[in-house]
Design a protein around this ligand. Sequence first.
Ligand SMILES: [Zn+2]
Length: 276
Amino acid sequence: MRELPPPNYEYEISKLVNTYKQAMLDIQRELQRIDLNDFQQATANATLKSIADILAQLDETTSAWIQTNVPVAVNDGIVRSIIALELVNTVAEAENIVKFSRLNSDLVKAVVADTQDDLLQVTQNVNRRVRTTIRQVTAEVLRANTTKGINGTSALTSDLVANLRKQLGSAVETGIIDASRRRWKPEVYAEMVVRTKMLQAHKEATINDGISRGANYGVISSHGAKDACRNWEGKIVKLTPAAEGDYPYIGDLPNREIFHPNCLHVVSPVKRPDRV
Ligand SMILES: [Zn+2]
């Protein structure tokens, strides 16, 4: 068996992450520009509009990124299978015979749709939080201005302004709160989602291709992992539960140990596990 080095999508991922970082900075700048001492409803509306535009642009960039990169991961997964099964000798030759089977075309569609859904949730949450925060701040400022009319001094003290500024500042800090109540910054969550989906697409494409060529087993990749995954590096697994032999099925491996979020492990197919 010939095993390619694990895939590395970090450069492309970092480009997307930078887009998220920049968008969040741009939103923060819009929020900080609001003049609380001379606050107008029209200003708040204009700010909301600018922020919605920034988020729409981010969704567009994200969507294009996903549609470009997921097929690359699937392609690479197929190449991994072709090389492991020694159908050809070089990656260049493998690239030439890559064909997206029905299964792998469906895989691309499913992963693209899943990733889009996950990341749309982030921008929708940010949009909702920004709207809520601006509404709360508007209410507080208007209340303070009303009080001023009654006793002649502004209730919009520097303390209140500082407090409102803080609320505005933290409006973009959380992109997602997950099932375990963990808060994720938008860019950190986006990074985790795309890395996980790219590696998942790669792995599943390899499995589809391996099985279609009669390889029902696989070897888990090794890169000297420090986490629980290290116990699985180099281990043989079944690629389909129907395969014979005393090997665990890849789909049954506990996510706490391997193929967890941000996991970089993939698999290379083999036909004869007893010869590995
Ligand atoms: Zn791992």
